[in-house]
Every structure is written in C-alpha cells, then in structure tokens.
Design a protein around this ligand. Structure first.
Ligand SMILES: Nc1ncnc2c1ncn2[C@@H]1O[C@H](COP(=O)(O)OP(=O)(O)OP(=O)(O)O)[C@@H](O)[C@H]1O
Length: 432
C-alpha cells in the first residue's frame, strides 16, 4: 500500500495560449521554474510551490499518470477520493477532467475516461479475490439547484433535494446506475453531460454554466460480504469570472452571480480549513449547496486532489494570481483519509432496505398478476352463470317443465366448456 496524503493535494496546470490570445498579441506571464519541479513563477516575481505543476507542454497522459493514477489505486483500497478542477472560465477545467468526452479515444482524452479504463482494468485483475459492484451517478449544480443528470425525466423533474443524515450529505432518489465496464460508464457520462447547462461566453465558446459531480461508488465484495465501500467524486467546477470582463448580461449574468457565490462559499471553507487558527472552529459548509456536497472532500475523510487550471496570458494575470492563492490555501487543508470498511452506515442500510423493498414488491407483483388473470375469468364465469340463471328464471316462466330441464342441462354443459377453456387460456398466459 502506498502512503496516504494527509493534506489536500494541489496540481496546477497551465494551458497553452489560445489562437485568439496569440492573435491579440498576449504575452505569457506564467512559467514553471524547472520542468519537473512543482513550482510556478508569475511575472518573474511571485513564486508558488504545489504538489505538482504542469506547464503548457504537458500532455493529458502526463497529468493523469503523475497526479491521478495513484488516487485511483486508493479508491480500490477502500478510500473515498475526490478530484476537483478549479479555475477561471476558459482555463481548461473541462479539457483536463474530460467531462465532455464524446466517445473518441485519442491522446486528448481527459481524467475521467482514463480513470474509468484504469479502474475497470484493475477490477478485472482482482476478480479472483473480490467481486466489485460499481455504480455511477452524475449531478449538476445550477443556480443553487441540484439536477440528476442521469434521470430520464424532463429538466424540471430532474431537480433533486439534498439533506443530511448521520453518515453525511445525501441526495434522496438520485439515479445510481450499476455499470460493468469503462465503455458503459462513459456512455452514461456522455448522456448526462449532454443535459448540462452550457453557453457561449466572450471568454469561452462552450462555457459550462454549472458545477458537475460525476460519482463512482465501488463496493468490494468477498464471499457475499461487503469488504469496503468507497466513492470517487470527479468535480468539474464552473469557471470563476468577472462579469465586467465577460460583459455578461441577462441569463449569463445571473448564472455568473450564482457561480461566483458558490465559489466564494467554497473559498471561505477552504480558507477556514487551511487556517491553523480555525481548524477547530466553525466551518461554514452550509453557506451553499456546493460546499455541502463537497463537505466530505474538504476536511473530511477523503483523499482530495485539486487541479487548479490557469491561463498563461497577461490579460488574465489577476485571475491567475487569484486561482493560485486559492489553491495555495487548499494545500493547507488536512483531511483524515480512512478505509471505509464493510460496516453498514445508516445510508447503506437505507439503500439495502430500499433494494429489499423493491425486490419484495416485484415478487409480490409477480404473484399478484397470476391470480388477477384467473380471477378475471373466474369473475366472468360467475357473471355468466348469474346471467344465465336469471335468464333461466325468465325462461322457466314461459316453457313447459320438460323443455326447461333440457335447456338447463345444455346451459350447464356450455358453462362447463367455458370454464375449461378459460383455465387453458390462463395456463398459456402464465407460461408467456
Ligand atoms: N492543456 C490544454 N491544451 C490544449 N487545449 C486546451 C488546454 N486546456 C484548455 N484547452 C482548450 O481551451 C478551451 C477552454 O477550455 P475548457 O472549456 O476546458 O475551459 P473551462 O475552464 O472548462 O471553461 P468554463 O469554466 O468556461 O467551462 C477549450 O477549447 C480547450 O480545448
């Protein structure tokens, strides 16, 4: 087992200058001091040291192998893990996380598809020791509302609430899909991401206007016993932005206010957790849904990696410095990672009971469907009998006695045939 980081890990990734920045003659103001060293220098004056620094030439593979791969191993050991991309709008968060994966495998794929490939490969290798049951869920936080992106319902009905129980924050009714391979999970990612709120802004052609959390839950089972249950949250935050600079108005401005509010609350939590004085004091997780959902990832029992994405361009200098200061505070947060063994938490107990309830209902329905068909026919036989008896009463009044007896016998024979045939229909219905 590799060592467990005690503080939040922070990787900084500098994206390359974009075409439009080149065209505008922007200069790069950020540089990695030495390639391979985790230090970044801004305007040749301010120096920051992080867990990892990736310059504009770093590949997606390098970012994954250096900073994420070992965290995926921890997930399978039973730790909760979180990977969180933070940064100004257009700084490369979605590109780095791979949240907008479209199904094409190439060198450009981001963290989520790489993680899934690794995870399912490792599960395959361990299959003689354990059985792993994996589920995924995908939520979006848009203007302080939480949406279940994997639900088939319409946008309004996708909205879900959050609440807390003894085991932490829960989202009752959230769609959790059982998945058996990387490809299957990626299909859910693609489907969920297509429902995400995206819009074009002056700073990013396809800007995400919401925060998203893609979660994998891994249950390791041996001899029908739950050995560990661990969660991986892959978080793609909406970009922080200054509305004056983005010239946002109307819907974009409203989104921007909510995005910044959530990020401000997150910043306050990070600052409070990172400050030694406040570690035992009050942490304002309840100020926003974003901080409530990330409560366990910051200051909880999770192994957490924040990837701070920055633009190298001089016209983004202020935002870059602000991101680096934010990230620097996150570096001081102490978490208490621990293995989540198979002891049932209250939430798991609820999940188990829900599953059991579902199973019982299905069984009950199966039992109910057979008698319903029989009783339907049975009822119609009874009805027919009643009707025929009423008719017989009428007939008896007008027929001579001997003809009436003959008629009664014929009617009874017909009823008998009907009963026999309906029993045969029931048998073939039940078989089908
Ligand atoms: N390291 C990189 N290498 C090459 N291109 C990159 C890199 N990082 C980002 N880009 C490109 O920059 C643009 C903006 O990136 P992206 O959409 O990931 O930003 P973002 O931080 O998620 O923005 P927003 O917060 O507005 O959603 C995209 O066209 C993306 O392909």
């Amino acid at each position: 087992m590799t060592s467990i980081p005690e503080t939040v890990q922070v990787a900084v990734r500098i994206r390359p200058l974009s075409h439009s920045e080149h065209r505008l003659g922007c200069q790069s103001v950020t540089e990695q001091v030495d390639r391979g060293e985790p230090q970044i220098c801004v305007r040749s004056s301010e120096l920051f040291t992080f867990t990892h620094v990736f310059d504009a030439g770093s590949s997606q593979r390098e970012v994954y192998e250096t900073s994420v791969k070992s965290i995926v191993d921890k997930l399978l050991e039973g730790f909760n893990v979180t990977i969180l991309a933070y940064g100004q709008t257009g700084s490369g968060k979605t590109f780095t996380m791979g949240t907008s994966f479209e199904g094409k495998y190439d060198d450009g794929i981001g963290i989520i598809p790489r993680t899934l490939n690794d995870l399912f490969d490792q599960i395959g290798e361990q299959s003689s020791e354990f059985r792993c049951a994996v589920t995924c869920s995908f939520v979006e936080l848009y203007q302080e509302n939480v949406y279940d992106l994997l639900s088939y319902r319409n946008r309004f009905e996708k909205m879900v609430g959050i609440r807390e129980d003894a085991s932490g924050v829960i989202i009752p009714g959230l769609t959790e899909v059982p998945v058996n391979s990387a490809d299957e999970t990626l299909r859910w990612l693609i489907q969920g991401a297509s429902a995400r709120a995206v819009a074009s802004t002056s700073m990013n052609k396809e800007s995400n206007r919401s925060h998203t959390i893609f979660t994998l839950t891994v249950r390791k089972i041996r001899n029908n016993q739950l050995v560990t249950i661990s969660k991986m949250h892959l978080v793609d935050l909406a970009g922080s932005e200054r509305s004056k600079k983005t010239r946002a108005v109307g819907d974009r401005l409203r989104e921007s206010i909510h995005i910044n509010k959530g990020l401000l609350a997150l910043g306050n939590v990070i600052a409070a957790l990172g400050s030694i004085k406040n570690t035992k004091g009050y942490i304002s997780y309840r100020d926003s849904k974003l901080t409530r959902l990330l409560q366990n990832s910051l200051g909880g029992n999770s192994i957490t990696l924040m990837i701070a994405c920055v633009s190298p361009a001089d016209y983004n200098l202020e935002e870059t410095l602000s991101t680096l200061r934010y990230a620097d505070r996150a570096l001081k947060i102490r978490n208490k990672p621990m293995i989540n063994n198979g002891e049932l938490t209250a939430r798991d107990e609820i999940e188990r009971l829900k599953a059991e309830n579902h199973e019982l209902r299905t069984t009950l329905e199966q039992f109910q469907t057979a008698p319903v068909i029989v009783s339907k026919n049975e009822r119609s036989v009874q009805k027919l009998q009643e009707q025929s008896e009423n008719t017989l009463d009428l007939i008896f009044r007008f027929l001579p006695i001997e003809s009436a007896g003959d008629f009664k016998q014929k009617t009874n024979e017909a009823l008998h045939r009907y009963r026999k045939e309906s029993a045969l229909w029931n048998a073939s219905d039940n078989k089908n």
